[in-house]
Design a binder for this molecule. Structure first.
Ligand code: AMP
Ligand code: MG
Length: 411
């Protein structure tokens, strides 16, 4: 769907832009084995199949006594015939006795329940009186209740989380096959940009600003598992831009730039990419955002983000993030939104689909940052997610809106 505007190039909808962009993201060839310790956030390259069941045997989930329920009918105290700590294996439970057992210890053959020690009274002769009537199976974790032998515990294309690493370890896996890291070259354009640390705030020349995009883009790329070559700031000159692009295209999967993708005469990205490869410059119907470029330079993908920091941040999250995940073979790349109630009014619905910086309050509603300008990076720090507001939509206090939490976008 495109939105026609007289005298302007039509804006592309975000959904159309994303579909087109993902169409270019052919999964990377190549995988590597990494230590399970190091695999957080990486994408699994093969299904992971369990060679054993977890837990390996029925075991106790309490400290207490393993009993045979039928033995308890007489309601007499029973002798403790064995002691089974975690890590040892007991022997079959002798009739009319109990076994002292600890959490994680295997259930002895013949026992059919565990009674927690709080429900037992140790008698002066060291026998034990069971003070409750246990249900068969009580406090027993069954063999294989977590993982059965031969089960696919993790799927190819899954992004590994801390819990996935634990699950892999639980089936004995010390190394995981993961998709190789995308190699990304990052550079910022803009003659006004100064690196923090090179000029102190009081010595900043007129017109200069610190380069903020470089910091969050690099961090976002790293969170997505990329190997980042940070090529710094490229001056607003056609030749310098071409040289930087040509060099970066040699050994990177993606060249990511910020700034210079508008069509002013100081914006050199467009002609530079066009002279070395091909470029589609898109005006996307989102706010903040709008200018966004996709193309190719030799064999590398090229993505140009807008320079305004919040535009850069939001277009990264909505477009570059899914692109990089798809490149790594992730099947599910769309962030999940949730419904939440607006604790504010939004009287000026924009023509474009808007991503409002908002955060949840203690009552579960959403507050919105008062200044939604594309240059106000404070909003992106203050918020904990984005409201996905359809074009032209005003919001009244109490309206239900779609909210994409940062847990979906920054992980
Ligand atoms: P541009 O897209 O190059 O026209 O830049 C749009 C706005 O974003 C201008 O106000 C730039 O000064 C600002 N900007 C561009 N790049 C950066 C950056 N790396 N860090 C902070 N602001 C930037
Ligand atoms: Mg610029």
């Amino acid at each position: 769907m495109t939105i026609d505007r007289p005298f302007h190039k039509p804006l592309k909808s975000l959904d159309d832009a994303l579909t087109e962009l993902l169409g270019h993201a052919a999964p990377l060839e190549g995988q590597e084995l990494v230590s399970t310790f190091e695999a957080d956030g990486r994408v699994l390259a093969q299904d992971l199949i369990s060679g054993l069941q977890v837990p390996p045997a029925d075991n106790s989930s309490m400290d207490g006594y393993a009993v045979r329920c039928a033995d308890l009918a007489a309601n007499v105290s029973l002798q403790v015939s064995q002691r089974i700590p975690a890590g040892s294996s007991g022997s079959p439970l002798a009739p009319m006795t109990v076994a002292r057992i600890f959490t994680g210890a295997p259930i002895p053959a013949g026992a059919d329940a565990v009674v927690m020690q709080e429900d037992c009274a140790v008698q002066p002769d060291d026998s034990v009186l069971i003070q409750i009537t246990p249900q068969p199976g009580q406090w027993i974790r069954r063999a294989g209740e977590d993982v059965t032998r031969g089960a696919v515990v993790l799927l190819k294309g899954e992004r590994l989380s801390p819990a996935s690493l634990g699950l892999a370890a639980s089936i004995g896996i010390s190394q995981l096959p993961v998709v190789r890291r995308p190699k990304v070259a990052l550079f910022s354009t803009g003659d006004e940009l100064v690196m923090p640390g090179t000029v102190s705030p009081q010595d900043m020349p007129p017109g200069a600003i610190y380069n903020s995009n470089r910091f969050f883009l690099r961090a976002l790329l790293q969170r997505l598992g990329c190997e980042v070559s940070d090529l710094g700031i490229v001056p607003d000159q056609l030749d310098a831009t071409k040289n930087a692009l040509r060099a970066a295209a040699q050994n990177h999967d993606l060249i990511l730039t910020s700034g210079g993708v508008s069509v002013g005469e100081e914006d050199h990205i467009k002609p530079a990419v066009q002279s070395l490869g091909q470029l589609d410059l898109w005006q996307i119907a989102i706010k903040p955002g709008k200018p966004f470029a996709y193309g190719r330079v030799v064999d590398a993908h090229f993505i140009g983000l807008p320079g305004n920091p919040v535009s850069s941040f939001v277009t990264f999250l909505m477009l570059v993030r899914p692109f990089l995940l798809k490149l790594q073979g992730v099947a599910e790349v769309a962030p999940k939104s949730t419904a939440a109630c607006a604790n504010f009014t939004w009287a000026r619905g924009d023509k474009r689909r808007e991503f409002l910086r908002a955060r949840r309050n203690v009552a579960g509603g959403l507050d919105v940052f008062p200044n939604q300008s594309a240059g106000v990076l404070t909003s992106a720090v203050w918020c904990d997610g984005l409201i996905d507001n359809p074009p032209g939509q005003t919001i009244a206090h109490g309206d239900v809106v779609r909210f994409i939490p940062f847990s979906e976008l920054l992980a």
